[in-house]
Design a protein around this ligand. Sequence first.
Ligand SMILES: [Mg+2]
Length: 302
Amino acid sequence: MTKWQKIAGSLCGVAVGDALGATLEFMTKKEITEKFGLHTEMIGEGYWKLFPGEVTDDTDMTIAVAKGILTDPEDPVVHIARFFADWARSDPKDIGNICRLALAEGIRRGTVSEAEWLEVSEFAHLQSGGRSGGNGSLMRTIPVVLAYYTDRDRMLQMAYRQSALTHYDPAAGKCVMLYCDLVRRLIEGEDLRTGIRETAEEYRDGFKFRVDLPPEEIKTTGYVVHTLEAALNCAFQTQSFEEAVIMAVNLGGDTDTIGAVTGGIAGACYGLDQIPPRWLGKLAVRDELLDLADSLYRINNT
Ligand SMILES: [Mg+2]
C-alpha cells in the first residue's frame, strides 16, 4: 500500500471516528445497545445535535495541528498554539475541559511564546485540581506523525511539545508519544499487531497496556491512559477499519475521542480506500482533510 493511502487514511480516520462516535458521546454501552443495537451509521444528532458527517473538537484540533505544522514545518509549535487559540475564539460547540481552561487563559493573557503557553498549561493543570491527563492532546496529534515520521526523534519531540501546550500531566505527553510511535510504524508498513505489541513493549516502564480486554472491561473515561488502551484494544482485536471504529464507538463513554484515536491507527493500517464510502462520503470536512493530507504527504515525498 502506498504511503499516501496510509497518510490520508490516518487523517480521515480520525474524523470518521469522531463523526461516527459523536452521536453517542456520554451514553453508556448499555444505553447505546438499547437505543441502536449496534451503532454503525453516520447519522449525527446526539448530545451535540450534529448533522450527519459533522465533526467535533477532535477533528477541529487535528486540523489546527496540521495547519500549524504546514505554516512552518521547521518550527511549528507556536503556530499550532495560535491555531488552537483561533479555534477556541470561534466558540466551538465541544471543547474539552483542559483545553477550555488553557486556551481561555492563553487568550486572556495574550500568550504567544511556547514558554508562556507552558505556564498557561500549568495554570490549567492547577485549576483542574491536577487533572490535566485528559485525552485532548492525544486525539489531535496525528498530523505530527504524518509530517515527521521519517525522523523519529523529531516526531517524538514535536508530539510531546504540541501536547504540553495544553496538557501539563506528563502521562498525556507519554501517551501521545506511544501513539505516534505506533502510527509511525504503521505508516512505514509494519504489521498492525506486531506494531501494537512492540510499541507497548517499548513503553512498558510507563504503562501496562493489555490488548486482550473484553469490551465490558475497557475503560471509557476521558483519561488519556484509558482512551489509548481502548483504542489499542479496538485496533488489535479487529480485522478492518470498519470493524475497529464500530467497536470503538460502541464502547460508550468518550465515544468520539475513542473513535477518533482508533480511526487514526486503523486508517494508517488499512489505508484511505478501506474507509467505508458511506462514512467518508458524508464527512463534512473530507475535502479539507484530503488537501491537508496531500500537503503533509509532500513534506517527505516530493
Ligand atoms: Mg469531541
